[in-house]
Design a binder for this molecule. Structure first.
Ligand code: GDP
Length: 195
C-alpha cells in the first residue's frame, strides 16, 4: 500500500471518544519504549507522526491514526512501566481491556517486542490475554538492526518459544532503522484488510 495520507485523528480514553467512522483498525501493543511509535512511523514513511519518545510511559491514551482514509492504526499505550502508580496501571488496564474486548472493527493486534531480549512477563501476559479473547495477532520483534545477522535465527526461535507461538508466520522481524520486515508487515496488513 502506498501511504498518501496519514493523520492522527484522536486520542481516546473512553469508548465514547473512539472514532465513529467504522473503518477497520489494527492495534499495536507493547511495552513502553519497545519501538511501537517508530514502527508506525516507519510503515507510514513519516518521521514523527506517531510520538516517539525516549521517556517511557508517556502515551496514556489510545491514539488513532487514520491511514489513506481507509483504516486506523491504534497505538495502545505501553505496559510494564514500573514508575506509574497502581491506580494508573489499573486505569490503563481497564482502558486496554475495554478496547480489546469491545471493539468490533479491531481486526488484528501487532504485539511489538524487543528482538534483543527474551520476552518479559508483561509480554507473555499480553500475548495470553490476546489469545484468550481470540483476537488475531502477530508478534513484531523490532530493533533487529541491533543484533548481528548471524544471531537472528537464534533470537527468532528464542522469542517464538518463549511466547509459545503457533507458527513462524506469527513472528515478524523488524527494524525501524533499516526497514527490515517492512514489506512483510505491509503484505500482512493488506491481507488483514482484505478479509
Ligand atoms: P515506544 O515507546 O514503544 O513508542 O518506542 P519508540 O518508538 O519511541 O522507541 C523508543 C526508542 O527506541 C527510541 O529512541 C527509538 O529511536 C529507538 N528505536 C525504535 N525502534 C528502533 C529500531 O528498529 N532500531 C533501533 N536501533 N532503535 C529503535
Amino acid at each position: 500500500m502506498h501511504v498518501q495520507d496519514a493523520e492522527i485523528v484522536m486520542s481516546a480514553v473512553d469508548p465514547k471518544q473512539y472514532p465513529g467512522t467504522g473503518f477497520p483498525e489494527i492495534a499495536l501493543a507493547g511495552r513502553s519504549n519497545v519501538g511501537k511509535s517508530s514502527f508506525i512511523n516507519k510503515l507510514i514513511n513519516r518521521k514523527a507522526l506517531a510520538r516517539t519518545s525516549s521517556k517511557p510511559g508517556k502515551t496514556q491514551t489510545l491514539n488513532f491514526y487514520l491511514i489513506n482514509n481507509f483504516f486506523y492504526f491504534v497505538d495502545v499505550p505501553g505496559y510494564g512501566y514500573a514508575k506509574v502508580s497502581k491506580t494508573e496501571r489499573a486505569k490503563w488496564g481497564r482502558m486496554m481491556e475495554t478496547y480489546f474486548t469491545q471493539r468490533d472493527q479491531m481486526k488484528h493486534v501487532f504485539l511489538v517486542v524487543d528482538f534483543r531480549h527474551e520476552p518479559t512477563i508483561d509480554d507473555i501476559q499480553m500475548k495470553d490475554f490476546i489469545e484468550y479473547y481470540d483476537i488475531p495477532y502477530t508478534v513484531v520483534a523490532t530493533k533487529a538492526d541491533k543484533i548481528p545477522r548471524g544471531k537472528w535465527n537464534q533470537h527468532f526461535y528464542q522469542i517464538k518459544k518463549a511466547l509459545n507461538l503457533p507458527s513462524d508466520e506469527s513472528l515478524i522481524l523488524f527494524s525501524s532503522e533499516t526497514g527490515e520486515g517492512f514489506d512483510k508487515a505491509w503484505k500482512l496488513i493488506e491481507d488483514i484488510l482484505e478479509d
